[in-house]
Ligand binder design. Structure first.
Ligand SMILES: Nc1ncnc2c1ncn2[C@@H]1O[C@H](COP(=O)(O)OP(=O)(O)OP(=O)(O)O)[C@@H](O)[C@H]1O
Length: 797
């Protein structure tokens, strides 16, 4: 029997005992009991225990919403509420809805106030007026009340001061943005404010002044449930409550969403770590690295708004589909100004995909991505500098000023030694020469001033000398020459690259010009490095670098110079490195980034992949990344894992990875039986709720796309938004990193491995593909599974 073939029958269900179906919303009109005053003021409220309306005070164990039967109508609307129908108008849920209504009204008032601003008196001219109006428009946009987005998701009842009596508490509602009433008192507090921090960090062991933490459940924009934790009882166990479980286990449809309501304490520590230090997060698949990185940007923008508004922030992701997938998270958190780019777009902006067209062999790419290339380029850039051998004569009026060659050489030598950027030195050179002339003028009794110095610096003879001594350099032409002219390369790679490495670099058919060259992604990074040697790349305030394990040292340098005076958040998983140059360790990566003091933290709690699926995928870990901790899964549902073996066309089983079916490479070796079984697995997956991802080795995409079309199954491209009409995405294995689907159908693992240049890279690609599922994974294979997957190593399930 195939040891991996045991099916785990756990099907997700939409049933959710934690919340009621929408019940028509809150009754119109004012609540019978007004919502207690919030924030800032000491508010005597009933002791938390009195509000007996707790949904669950203890973490739910083993009866997660995904496996619980659907409750009766109204069940779970909040204890203290009558089952079904409207909530008791005096009950806690009704009071919370009243606070919601009041907060919405306050937000409307805030918006109306901004909309009603009359700027005609305060703006001196139309330019100022336009600028101010744009700021007002942005503010109005930021104050919009989005129907589907809850205004708050949590509440804290805190002891107002450590010495305050038990009954004196302050109450804070925690939400995505700050809302205040007409008096300026807060109704909802921004999740990023320091006051909100205990919502994420407080535990029964360390309550941080919190008496009660309440989480709210929402259904279709309606407040339908809440769940309390009484933090005054140290004997009760901390743990994920049902609303949290429900959020984690909800079916995925559409792009990535924010996790602001359920950020976990260890994630919160990373989100709120300071702007000045660089932070690197190593984490197994689904541990929330991307989520942490994006929320960290939102937090930093809130905390250092002015500084970052000036310097800018940027999120770097592996490809466009990934960026499309994450692009709505920051706007949902109210942050509209964060740029997003791939490394390719960073180094060669303007053209989609960075304009890179050529492809390198892995060996050539390895050398081009090596940090030693920086030294080769540095030498090559400066190679045109030729110390003058003749004196310079400058004619001013009737006088001639002569600077001897040795003095000119000294000036040039000094500029070279100072290590300033090539073009900055090139600009400084005429001024230095002019200075030498001025010294002579003064010695001769003249009284030259700054204008004289500038005039000398612009003198024709000086200009001609500068052009000859310090010639202008075009970065692309320089790289073109290095890659086309073996002698030029050898001159500058001497002692840095071996002759064999140099041979990898040189094009066999050199292009005629920069424009006709088929630049590869690695070439674009070389050009970027050369450009930076000429002129300093402007630095942003903060850069988030996701899927960082795949960057070459030269790519790290390219990202690093874009945050040279700022800081970075580096996110990645060494086990998911699938480039030939992928990062061996974070210390090295941080050094290339120019942030050797960066702090490395690890996340191991998985929020995506169900237990059985992550245990299965983790069988590969000892081979692909020995020493890394396998992720745990906080999801309660074990998930479904099914391995379907398809009988081959009678050709018999071959060796691992070898096609045995006699099909040609043009269809990627997909047999008719395999295609049928894959389509069937997709149909099965589509019977369930949520998104479905069909992951296939890149060469097999056309054959399986044709099979889906023939079977009348519409499908999307990765990053395209799933919706009710199309929930199935056909994803080439090389594009699936960072993405997730409720149910994953994985076609032919042996082909995924075979599509990569080496077995280790292949197994890592397979590990990425195996860890995309939120609730279920079906592996469909004709060829043998890799032996690493068939063996269950001790402790890995
Ligand atoms: N605290 C949380 N509450 C709810 N959902 C969470 C939480 N943390 C992470 N998630 C969810 O878990 C899933 C995985 O998160 P994310 O994509 O950030 O993980 P990752 O570590 O970047 O994964 P990968 O290594 O595969 O790129 C996402 O759907 C995310 O929204």
């Amino acid at each position: 029997m195939d040891p991996g073939g045991s099916a785990v029958p756990a099907h997700p269900s939409s049933a959710d005992s934690a919340t009621a179906p929408p019940d028509g919303g809150s009754p119109p009109g004012p609540p019978r009991r007004p919502a207690p005053p919030v924030g800032g003021t000491v508010t005597p409220v009933t002791a938390p225990g009195d509000e007996a309306a707790v949904l669950s005070t203890a973490p739910a164990h083993g009866t997660g919403p995904a496996s619980a039967p659907p409750g009766p109508p109204g069940h779970g609307a909040g204890p203290g509420e009558p089952p079904g129908g409207e909530p008791d108008p005096a009950g806690p849920l009704a009071r919370e809805r009243a606070h919601l209504d009041a907060s919405r009204a306050a937000l409307r008032a805030m918006r109306a106030e901004v909309e009603g601003l009359d700027i005609s008196d305060v703006t001196a001219n139309w330019v100022n007026a336009a600028v101010l109006q744009a700021q007002i428009d942005n503010r109005v946009k930021a104050l919009a009340d989005h129907a589907g987005t809850p205004l708050f998701f949590g509440r804290l009842d805190c002891r107002d001061r450590p010495d305050a009596p038990e009954a004196a508490t302050a109450r804070y509602y925690i939400g995505r943005r700050h809302v205040h009433d007409a008096e300026g008192d807060p109704m909802v507090i921004d999740w990023r404010a320091p006051v909100s921090q205990p919502f994420y960090r407080a535990s029964r062991k360390q309550p941080l002044g919190v008496l009660l933490r309440r989480r709210f459940g929402w259904t279709g924009g309606e407040l339908t449930a809440y769940e309390d934790e009484d933090l005054t009882d140290p004997s009760a166990a901390d743990g994920a409550g049902r609303l949290l479980q429900r959020e984690i286990e909800r079916p995925r449809v559409g792009p990535m969403r924010d996790i602001v309501a359920t950020i976990q304490p260890e994630q919160d520590e990373l989100v709120r770590s300071g702007l000045d230090g660089t932070l690197c997060v190593q984490g197994a698949p689904g541990t929330g690295k991307t989520a942490v990185g994006l929320h960290r940007v939102a937090y930093l923008l809130y905390t250092h708004r002015e500084r970052l508004a000036r310097s800018g922030t940027l999120v770097v992701g592996p490809n466009r589909s990934f960026l499309r997938y994450i692009q709505q998270v920051l706007p949902a958190l109210g942050e509209l100004e964060v740029a997003q780019a791939t490394v390719e777009e960073l180094v060669a902006p303007g053209e989609p995909g960075g304009g890179a067209r050529g492809a390198d062999s892995p060996a050539a790419a390895l050398v081009k991505g090596d940090a030693r290339m920086a030294e080769v380029l540095r030498r090559a850039v400066r190679s045109g500098v030729t110390p003058p051998t003749e004196p310079l004569v400058v004619v001013r009026g009737s006088r001639r000023w002569r600077i001897p060659a040795h003095e000119l050489q000294e000036i040039v030598g000094e500029l070279l030694e100072r290590g300033i950027r090539y073009n900055a030195a090139r600009e400084a050179l005429p001024q230095r020469i002019a200075h030498a002339v001025l010294v002579r003028m003064e010695a001769a009794g003249e009284a030259p001033d700054d204008r004289t110095q500038n005039a000398v610096a612009r003198d024709r003879a000086v200009k001609a000398l500068v052009k000859e001594v310090w010639p202008p350099v075009d970065p692309a032409k320089l790289v073109l020459r290095l890659l086309s002219d073996a002698a030029f390369l050898a001159e500058h790679a001497e002692g840095v690259l071996t002759p064999a490495e140099q041979a990898e670099l040189v094009w066999t058919k050199p292009p005629r010009s920069v424009r006709s060259a088929r630049w590869s992604a690695a070439d674009a990074v070389l050009i970027d490095e050369a450009r930076d040697l000429l002129d300093r790349t402007p630095s942003l305030g903060h850069v988030v670098l996701d899927e960082a394990q795949d960057l070459s040292p030269m790519q790290y340098r390219a990202v690093g110079r874009r945050c040279s005076t700022g800081s970075a958040t580096v996110l990645g998983d060494l086990a998911q490195g699938t480039t030939p140059w992928s990062t061996p360790g974070w210390a090295e990566a941080l050094t290339h980034l120019g942030k050797p003091d960066g702090r490395v933290e690890e996340l191991t709690e998985g929020f995506r992949v169900p237990r059985d699926v992550i245990a299965y995928a983790s069988r590969l870990l000892p081979v692909i990344a020995p020493g890394l901790t396998p992720a745990t899964s906080v999801r309660e549902a074990a998930g479904s894992l099914e391995i379907r073996r398809v009988p081959s066309d009678g050709a018999g089983d071959g060796e691992d990875g070898a096609p045995t079916d006699g099909t040609g490479p043009e269809d990627g070796g997909v047999t008719a039986e395999q295609a049928r079984a894959v389509v069937e697995a997709c149909r099965d997956a589509l019977r369930r709720e949520g998104s479905v991802g069909l992951i296939v080795a890149d060469p097999r995409v056309p054959a399986l796309a044709a099979a889906l079309t023939a079977a009348d199954l519409p499908y999307l491209a990765p990053g395209e938004e799933t919706g009710p009409e199309a929930r199935l995405t056909l994803v080439p294995a090389t594009l699936v990193k960072g993405l997730e689907y409720d149910h994953v159908v994985l076609d032919e693992p042996a082909a995924v491995i075979a599509a990569e240049p080496g077995t280790r890279t292949g197994l890592r690609r397979l590990y990425v593909a195996l860890t995309r599922a939120v609730s279920g994974l079906t592996v469909v294979h004709t060829r043998d599974l890799p032996p690493e997957l068939r063996r269950a190593p001790a402790g890995h399930g």
